[in-house]
Design a protein around this ligand. Structure first.
Ligand SMILES: [Zn+2]
Length: 343
């Protein structure tokens, strides 16, 4: 086709149609080269101007430049459309719809038992205690024997046990006390340790009994440990939990793994003259404790002639109930969000 035969309007129409039907970046570039390249059609239009009648040259030059501008613009528009389509395809492949509202993120919170456990861990760690963990499926040896509770001991009856095997060698631990023995095997005296965790009892559940609950075992072994050390540690513990000093008292209590053993009561933190929490006595039964029985020290590989210690078994579940005024222990593990959202 000789340039003199080119119809400028047909060139523009053809170029725009080709651009519109180009569906890849490469096709678009090919159209660009064909029409706007150095050997391109538009260049041909410009090249023929000198051969025209002088009166037509100005209009022909203007027209050629308009065509060049229209093609350039159409190329840019088509290029943007192709890029947009590519992005849409990618979104679709990812299953992403930008027009949907954002997903709502529900914020959770820590369970009250976790909150109190962490507070106590901080408190005890600041007093130089190790924070220990122990297995929830425990050997009979650690759960009973090494704690001075042999097979025929009546104390076993009071701790209704879940057995995990026919021989009765594996149990779900009925208290956190086995961690005491494990700690004595691992740590060199003197040391201090607490062990928070779940414990299990096979009993019928009611507002104050649950098959699974939480305790925190404490053990201090050192030289000449006395009941005075025990009371001091318990007062610090209570001040940490309730935010102020509480008066405490010891009553004799019998637990096979301590000698002497005590029940520790604290002044009711909620009243001065008796309330429903303290059953109008102004005292709250808080925890069993005592000086570690020499047999238990021996079972943990520690010489009772040289070392002594105290131990306590804090009922974490009960403490959480006291602190937040929870009236039924079964709420704690119910998984009921209406309960949990309050904390
Ligand atoms: Zn009270």
């Amino acid at each position: 086709m000789s340039t003199s035969e080119i119809d400028p309007e047909a060139v523009q129409a053809q170029a725009l149609e080709r651009i519109q039907s180009a569906d890849t970046e490469e096709a678009l570039r090919a159209v660009e080269r064909e029409f706007l390249g150095k050997q391109g059609v538009v260049q041909g239009l410009l090249a023929r101007i000198p051969s025209l009648e002088p009166s037509q040259r100005g209009a022909a030059g203007k027209q050629a430049n308009q065509i060049k501008g229209a093609i350039t613009q159409a190329l840019a528009v088509r290029e943007a459309a192709l890029a947009h389509a590519a992005m849409d395809a990618e979104r679709q492949a990812l299953g992403f719809d930008p027009t949907l509202p954002p997903p709502t993120v529900e914020r959770g919170s820590l369970h009250p038992i976790t909150q109190v456990t962490r507070e106590l861990e901080d408190l005890f760690a600041s007093m130089g205690y190790h924070i220990l963990d122990g297995p929830e499926v425990e050997r009979d040896h650690y759960n009973f024997e090494a704690l001075n509770i042999p097979a025929d001991h009546p104390a076993r009856d009071s701790q209704d046990t879940f057995y995990c095997d026919q021989e009765g060698k594996l149990v779900l631990r009925t208290h956190t006390s086995p961690v005491q023995v494990r700690a004595m095997e691992r740590l060199q005296p003197p040391f201090r340790a607490v062990a928070p965790g779940k414990v299990f009892r096979q009993e019928s559940t009611d507002a104050s009994h649950e098959h699974t609950f939480h305790q925190m075992e404490g053990l201090v072994v050192g030289k000449d440990i006395s009941v005075g050390h025990l009371i001091g540690a318990m007062k610090t513990l209570l001040a940490g939990i309730f935010g102020r000093e509480l008066e405490v008292r010891l009553r004799p209590g019998y637990f096979p793994f301590v000698e002497p053993g005590f029940e520790l009561d604290a002044r009711c933190p909620f009243c001065e003259e008796g309330c429903s929490v303290c059953k109008r006595t102004t005292w709250i039964e808080l925890l069993p404790c005592g000086l570690v029985h020499p047999e238990v020290l021996r079972a943990g590989g520690i010489d009772p002639e040289e070392w002594s210690g105290f131990a306590f078994g804090l009922g974490l579940s009960r403490l959480v109930m006291l602190r937040y005024g929870i009236d039924d222990v079964r709420h704690l593990l119910s998984g009921d969000l209406r309960f949990l959202r309050q904390f």
